[in-house]
Design a protein around this ligand. Structure first.
Ligand code: ATP
Ligand code: MG
Length: 447
């Protein structure tokens, strides 16, 4: 049973009272049928955009995409997107329809939607309208295109990634002819903007079923990120590993918390391994010296190309660069690590390293786990003591040093760094009197 949220109900009731048709449609119907809380409620109607504007004159209305028939009506500060039934004109660039035409039949509007599970509508009078077998596909846990898959992907290549995103989110399979078309049409992703690809990629990675997607569609991921290609099937010949690089990567992504940034770091963490491979014929072992550093550089270029925001870029590159480093074994070392990377990234590094380990062979597993536990204890210890991870955390600052006679300029920074090192090594207390005394000491020693 579908329980339309009160704010969407306000919109459908008003349109219906004025003699128009109105249904909730798409993701909210799908989510309700799955027993999930819909993220947002979309309404479709046979009222034209002008008629919708007139119907909601007293509401705050945003003309979101008026020429495509969409307006957003704010009801008690919650947005409801209202879209006039429409069909799309020809797609010239595999992404944007050249034109849209408004139509009067709900079924025509449902036919332009991407997947059967997204092509259902509901209102209390007529009940569920399911013209393409969406309910059956929900029961069978299948993503299936509405209509002929290749034609639908040619219209809009982004649907290829949307299919993987929904399959990953719900742990669904992809129906066979849709799956074949995903593979044969993947080159169409070249026509899709980097921003949209990046958004979908993060959505796929954050899903519960990402492992199956990575294992079943490596060629799609390699189309978006060609640098991944050499990883697929690349044997590691190393006792720490039981999988080729791509399979290891896929398992590592799945083992991580469902956070897009952490999972992006895992997707890219071993990307440089094939390029850094060397074989030791005496020990019969493969090595990948330098791959974290090289990989961080590659990750940086990939994320620029995908138009990543700067924070994600910085975090992912740092995690890739550090994923294979040994943990510090002393409180001072841990404080320096936090000073260098920041606490947030250090905490994410725990997730990255655990996921990486979970996707390795059992070789030395107990030692690796013990090192991780010790590092976690060390982090707790360091965090429960007064903090000084960077010069900002010191109990005195550059102005204080100047007021006691240290000349302005680079010597201020050098002095603060020297004081920080001693505080981190526990030989100096992070308190004004101790820091002033030590600063005076250092200053005189220089004279
Ligand atoms: P989410 O929970 O991720 O928002 P959603 O199904 O609501 O999922 P939206 O991107 O918000 O997805 O789109 C709303 C609806 O519009 C979809 O359910 C689908 O019917 C339709 N739709 C969206 N994008 C496309 C597309 N590229 N091609 C065809 N139909 C689409
Ligand atoms: Mg939505």
């Amino acid at each position: 049973m579908i329980q339309i949220s009160p704010h969407a109900r306000t919109v459908t009731d008003r349109l219906t009272a004025l003699g128009y048709e109105a249904y909730v449609v798409g993701g909210c119907v799908r989510d309700s049928l799955m027993g999930r809380e819909p993220k947002d409620w979309d309404v479709c109607t046979d009222a034209t955009p002008q008629q919708v504007l007139a119907a909601f004159k007293r509401f705050h209305v945003i003309k979101t995409g008026l020429q495509h028939g969409t307006v957003t009506v704010m009801v008690s500060h919650l947005p409801v997107e209202v879209t006039t039934y429409r069909i799309d004109g020809d797609y010239q660039d595999n992404r944007h329809p050249e034109s849209v035409a408004f139509v009067s039949r709900l079924e025509d509007d449902l036919a332009r939607r991407d997947f059967t599970i997204n092509a259902m509508a509901y209102n209390p009078e007529r009940g569920l309208v399911d013209a393409f077998g969406g309910q059956q596909d929900l029961a069978d846990r299948l993503i299936r295109c509405v209509g002929e898959p290749e034609a639908r992907f040619r219209e809009d290549g982004l649907r290829i990634l949307r299919a993987l995103r929904f399959a990953s989110r719900f742990r669904f399979d992809i129906e066979r002819s849709t799956s074949e078309a995903i593979r044969s049409c993947r080159h169409l992703l070249a026509n899709i903007s980097a921003e949209r690809i990046f958004t979908e990629l993060k959505g796929i990675l954050a899903g519960e079923g990402v492992l199956n997607m990575l294992l079943a569609y490596p060629e799609v991921f390699c189309t978006i990120i060609p640098e991944l290609s050499p990883s697929v099937g690349f044997a590691q010949n190393n006792p720490h590993h039981c999988y080729d690089v791509w399979t290891h990567t896929a398992h590592a992504v799945q083992a991580a918390p469902r956070d897009a940034t952490i999972r992006l770091a895992l997707l890219l963490h071993d990307i440089a391994k094939p390029g850094c491979y060397s074989y030791d014929p005496v020990k019969h072992k493969g090595h990948f010296y330098g791959h974290p550093e090289v990989g961080a550089g590659m990750a940086g270029r990939i994320l620029r190309r995908l138009k990543s925001d700067n924070e994600t870029h910085h975090t992912v590159c740092t995690l890739v660069r550090e994923h294979d480093s040994a943990w510090p074994t002393t409180p001072a070392g841990m404080r320096r690590l936090i000073g260098r990377l920041g606490l947030d990234i250090v905490q994410m590094l725990f997730s990255v390293k655990s996921a990486d380990q979970a996707a390795q062979s059992g070789h030395e597993r107990e030692q690796k786990k013990a090192a991780m536990r010790n590092a976690a204890l060390l982090l707790d210890e360091v965090l429960s003591a007064p903090k000084a991870f960077s010069v900002k955390d010191l109990a005195i600052n550059g102005n204080d040093l100047m007021s006691m006679g240290v000349p302005a300029g680079p010597s201020i920074g050098r002095m603060l760094t020297a004081l920080l090192a001693e505080v981190q090594d526990d030989v100096l207390e992070n308190a004004p009197h101790a820091l002033f005394a030590r600063a005076a000491d250092l200053m005189h020693r220089k004279d």
